[in-house]
Design a protein around this ligand. Structure first.
Ligand SMILES: *Cc1c(COP(=O)(O)O)cnc(C)c1O
Length: 382
């Protein structure tokens, strides 16, 4: 039987302990058992976000929390700044457009990041910008953005908030919500948290709440104030995704048993270093100038079609990776190292990339990438 290795940057593999927790008999959500669970997971998410603020959980994919950030903080005609260097930066701009928010874009070449000085200049020129929308790890370009530095620019401005999409970045890239002044940080369940898709999260700072009193955009399901009122009683405004929340409790326990968030980050970093060292050893070019450790994106080498490479990996070797979107379509492959992925998944993926390139008649020295990765693992203490 062919085995499938899910190496896409979402969804990611779900450990059997989590799947078993989700398979338990359904319990009613208005019970003490469930309300205790809500309390445990809401508290348990705080150290992952590195925040003292409340973290809210919604039954939605990550984009639901992104939408909530837009419609709760802003009003029609308000100005926002969007850092746009890939698919997910564009999503912020599209959400603003859908709600009639005037989005000024900082256009960034795919694979690059926005200079914090440029963000500062925009804010100096437009002091009425209410929200800066950024992405911690731009998954479409495998790029990590300097959120800490954006925070430095925004923190001291009482009328501007920093909102960050950390859907793939949470528990994969360094992120310190409180220290860096991230006002709303959104994430989702199907990346580092080792869960199936279906939960969205948002942490909300004290600075952000008063913005919601002024917001006149339509909102109902993703009304953050409703979520806050419910969470004060360890409750949710609507029927929660009970089974996913049971899985989340289990996943958080596993993260703690594994040494907590900093240990997880260390492991992701080593796996990112190993993968990226392997790609370099194979002469493959990373697509990012500021590569994230959460995932690795490479250009297919000259003479190799990216779509064929992805197809060979999947059909012949069972290794599922992501291709490219829009301008990267057919040109790149992306594979993840976050969540429930270990050194040997990485080794498998690298071996499959070497074999696939060989199959596609690209000259490759088998084992060269593996050696580079193993050398990184040999030096690391994870
Ligand atoms: C995966 C991802 C999303 C998409 O979230 P959905 O859960 O599909 O709504 C958004 N932003 C980033 C950076 C992502 O990696």
């Amino acid at each position: 039987m062919k085995k499938v290795y899910l190496m896409t940057p979402g969804p990611t593999p779900v450990p059997s302990e989590v799947r078993l927790a989700e398979a338990r008999e359904i319990i009613h959500h208005r019970t003490k058992e469930f309300s205790d669970t809500i309390k445990i997971v809401s508290e348990g998410l705080k150290p992952i976000f590195k925040t003292k603020n409340s973290v809210f959980t919604f039954a939605a994919s990550g984009t639901g929390a992104m939408e909530g950030a837009v419609c709760n903080l802003l009003s029609k005609g308000d100005k926002a700044l969007v850092i746009k260097g890939g698919k997910f930066g564009e999503r912020w701009a599209n959400l603003c457009k859908a709600y009639g928010v005037e989005a000024i874009s900082v256009e960034v070449e795919w694979g690059d990041v926005a200079d914090p000085a440029v963000v500062k200049k925009h804010l100096d020129d437009n002091p009425d910008i209410k929200v800066v929308f950024a992405t911690l790890c731009e998954t479409s370009t495998a790029t990590e953005y300097p959120i800490r530095e954006y925070g430095e620019v925004i923190k001291s401005r009482p009328n501007t908030l920093l909102v960050v999409d950390a859907i793939s970045g949470l528990a994969a890239c360094d992120l310190q919500v409180d220290n860096w002044g991230v006002d709303v940080c959104v994430s989702g369940s199907q990346k580092s948290l080792m869960l199936p898709p279906g939960l969205a999260f948002a942490s909300i700072s004290d600075k952000a709440w008063p913005f919601m009193d002024k917001s006149n955009l339509p909102k109902f399901y993703f009304d953050f104030k409703k979520a806050r009122k419910a969470l004060e009683k360890s409750d949710t405004p609507f029927t929660p995704a009970v089974s996913l929340i049971m899985g989340l409790k289990q996943a958080l326990e596993m993260i703690n048993a594994d040494g907590g968030i900093d240990k997880i980050l260390e492991r992701v970093t080593v796996m990112g270093d190993a993968t990226q060292a392997a790609m370099k050893a194979l002469g493959l070019k990373l697509i990012s100038k500021h590569p994230a450790k959460a995932l690795t994106g490479i250009f297919a080498p000259d003479g190799v079609d990216g779509k064929e490479l992805k197809k060979t990996l999947e059909k012949k070797y069972g290794v599922m990776v992501a291709g490219g979107q829009d301008q990267f379509e057919g040109k790149v492959i992306r594979l993840t190292h976050l969540g429930y992925i270990c050194q040997f998944d990485i080794i498998t993926a690298i071996a499959a990339i070497e074999l696939s390139l060989h199959d596609l008649k690209h000259p490759v020295e088998l084992g060269k990438g593996l050696k580079a990765a193993q050398e990184v693992f040999a030096k690391a203490s994870i």
